[in-house]
Design a protein around this ligand. Structure first.
Ligand code: SAM
Length: 241
């Protein structure tokens, strides 16, 4: 499957990623339920790991990218394993819960779901979540998305709108995702770094030009330089069959 960016691109974006990516709302963590022994896939710089480590009996973090993973270690001090979600170096039935924040779209199917089902205990849970912009219809957001789609033919703003029930129903019980609406306010400087931390933005022919045009649009809407960004966080909670 073609992807709009390169999964290893994050390895060169660690500082911008960690400084500017949105976190997840507390209500998301409250909705996860008991985690028991927990494996986090694609943990990156540990944005979710710092919360998971306080809730799990034991947390192990993993990621394809060693630099992303290393950035998070001082924050959560959890055992860390560099590996792909499609080839997990753990025994069958090792974890009560497997979590993935903003990462499952990178995972090959069916190899990923098969591996996750293998390392989960019977009736173990797979918890997946994403932050998505909730700014559809706002001209600054629509213009930004139009520019990315024009400059990166593999990018489609609807790329997270996947029917995970259809994708995972062979191994997991189906359910509807929970939707959590929230917003954050960030400076234009942070917004600049947030744009540059996206792998599909790094595929644009003129990243600087794209960022400059996007910030101009934002200045017009937020003249005090404080950008209010609305999000919806979508949480899927699957149980192993
Ligand atoms: C958008 S980042 C999300 C990081 C972190 N979970 C967060 O919420 O900020 C996606 C992460 O998935 C990792 N990744 C991409 N493909 C992967 C794969 N097949 N298996 C494991 N990790 C992968 C990347 O290295 C990156 O750290």
């Amino acid at each position: 499957m073609s992807r709009p960016g390169d999964p290893l691109a994050f390895e060169d974006l660690v500082e911008d990623y960690d400084a500017a990516r949105p976190h997840y709302p507390q209500a998301l963590y409250d909705g996860l339920g008991p985690l028991g022994t927990c494996l986090e896939l694609g943990a990156g710089t540990g944005i979710a790991s710092v919360e998971l480590v306080t809730r799990a009996d034991r947390l192990v973090v993993s990621d394809l990218g060693p630099r992303m993973l290393a950035k998070g270690l001082p924050k959560h001090h959890s055992p860390a394993v560099v590996c792909r979600a499609e080839a997990l170096p753990f025994a069958d039935g090792s974890f009560d819960t497997v979590c993935g924040a903003q990462m499952w779209h990178w995972v090959d199917k069916p190899a990923g779901p098969l591996e996750v089902a293998r390392v989960l205990t019977p009736r173990g849970r797979l918890l997946l979540w994403w932050n998505e912009s909730d700014a559809d219809g706002q001209p600054w957001w629509d213009a930004q998305q139009d520019r990315i789609e024009a400059g990166n033919p593999l990018y489609d703003r609807a790329y997270r709108e996947v029917d995970f029930n259809a994708q995972l129903c062979e191994w997991f019980t189906t359910q509807e995702p929970a939707l959590l609406r929230w917003s954050r306010t960030i400076s234009l400087e942070v917004y600049d770094r947030w744009l540059r931390s996206k792998s599909y933005v790094q595929k644009l022919p003129d990243v600087d030009g794209f960022v400059a045009a996007s910030l101009d649009d934002l200045r017009a809407v937020f003249p005090d330089g404080q950008v209010v960004e609305p999000f919806v966080t979508r949480l899927w909670r699957f149980e192993r069959r």
